[in-house]
Design a protein around this ligand. Structure first.
Ligand SMILES: [Zn+2]
Length: 431
């Protein structure tokens, strides 16, 4: 049987038949898939992110260029498709490392053939983010080892291809027969660019659309902007695009579907932000807020809004951080005792680590893994060399990890489980 085309796969995903939790997760490559011309003059490569190359009739233009791990593959695929057409331009939709690394071999092509060097477009905040990455290399190495459950070999990059042309609100360029309208938005990042190609009715939203609950909460990363994001999604929804090249996850084909996906995503973001702000305006503590805000019921079963990457509760915390601060409204947390001192005191009151671990087992049997994690954590904090405590902690976090639909939650919890197998609380941070 012939391998399904990207359009056929996209149809399956639209019908809710994709395995988005694991095998067909939006931030994973499609197994065994090289590249495909999904419309005339449009080559699509789905790696961690999408990399999209348009033939303008003169030069090629790329909308996102993949990660460092994609560079060779992407170049090979594009050159198999268009062996001798120069890369004229590339648009980096934002500074994240899965989108900005593919231009180098095309620049080498230009050098060898005496072609004009490709021009890279990006938002004016992008260079500051590359500088931030260089300043926080250790931090970004640690948090991404947790988030993506790698083998521990990943090192965060510190050198980046800077954009040649930056802009503030909007910029338009033409290449061959096509127009590229770039628009700035604050969303997952404050340097997001979404691109509209009117002649082909192609929309590239970058990571403003990722075929999942938006990455608007990420526990370990900088501020995201939910309501601004929703504004951009609604603007895109008004274009009448026929092909949407999702930043992650498969493309969506057809104007009605694209409009629905964009407006539903906007509604989710607005709803989370409005619910959170309403409770903040009542002066509620963070604990109350995170356990009260919910994704509207009619959005929960949309195949493109499953919480397979970020977790809706993380979005709530991001809104809290944006409009509030780090104080959670709990006075004992304002100037807290070290966690170890808290744990030692509670564990002693409970009658020792053995009692605590027995209670953990009862909670596991009652399927209350959430509470079991708290007790297991305190057991290990109180007695970091206690192998029984680490054994219980490892199994509790492993089970809790398994339960998670969100891969961020699954991987961070799984990281804790693997750490306890080594007698640590965390591998990436070696503590
Ligand atoms: Zn991305």
């Amino acid at each position: 049987m012939a391998e399904p085309t990207i359009r056929e796969l996209a149809e399956r995903h639209w019908q809710g038949e994709g395995d988005l939790v694991h095998g067909e997760h939006p931030v994973r490559p499609i197994a065994g898939r090289q590249s495909e011309e999904i419309a005339e003059g449009l080559l699509y490569v789905k790696s961690v992110a999408s990399a999209n190359t348009l033939d303008t009739g003169e030069g090629l233009v790329m909308l996102d260029t993949g990660g460092a791990f994609d560079t060779e593959h992407l170049h090979t695929q594009v050159r198999r498709w268009r062996p001798s057409t120069p890369l004229a331009s590339a648009v980096f939709s934002h500074h994240h490392v899965d989108h900005v690394f593919g231009t180098a071999p095309f620049e080498a092509d230009a050098e060898v053939n005496g072609w004009r060097r490709p021009v890279v477009y990006g938002h004016e905040e992008m260079p500051a983010h590359f500088a931030r990455y260089a300043r926080t290399q250790g931090w970004n190495t640690a948090i991404n080892r947790r988030q993506f459950a790698g083998d521990g070999s990943m090192q965060w990059p510190v050198e980046f291809r800077q954009p040649d042309v930056t802009y503030r609100d909007t910029i338009t360029f033409t290449e061959g027969e096509l127009t590229f309208v770039l628009n700035h938005a604050r969303g997952e990042t404050d340097d997001a660019t979404w691109t509209w190609v009117p002649e082909r009715r192609i929309l590239h939203p970058g990571d403003l659309f990722i075929y999942a609950v938006p990455n608007a909460g990420n526990p370990q990363k900088v501020q995201r902007y939910l309501s601004d994001w929703a504004v951009a999604l609604r603007e895109m929804a008004g274009l009448g695009a026929e092909i949407m090249l999702s930043g992650h996850g498969l493309p969506i084909f057809g104007a009605d579907r694209i409009r629905a996906a964009l407006t539903d995503t906007a509604e989710l973001l607005d709803s989370i932000e409005q619910q959170t702000i309403a409770l903040m305006n009542e002066g509620r503590p963070l604990d109350h807020v995170i356990h009260s805000v919910e994704v509207p019921a009619h959005l929960r079963d949309k195949p493109y809004l499953r919480p397979v990457y970020d977790h809706p509760q993380f979005l709530v915390r991001n809104v809290w951080r944006r409009y509030g601060g780090w104080y959670d409204g709990e006075p004992d947390n304002l100037l807290p005792a070290p966690r170890v001192a808290q744990a030692e005191t509670w564990v002693a009151l409970a009658g020792g680590v053995g009692q605590v671990l027995a209670r953990v087992q009862e909670l596991v049997d009652a399927d209350d893994l959430r509470l079991a994690c708290h007790l297991a954590e305190f057991a290990v904090l109180a007695e970091p060399a206690n192998t029984d405590a680490h054994g219980v902690r490892a199994s509790v976090y492993a089970a809790r990890s398994e339960q998670q639909e969100s891969s961020m939650a699954r991987n961070i919890l799984g990281h804790a489980a693997r750490a306890s197998e080594q007698g640590l609380r965390d591998i990436a941070g070696s503590y």
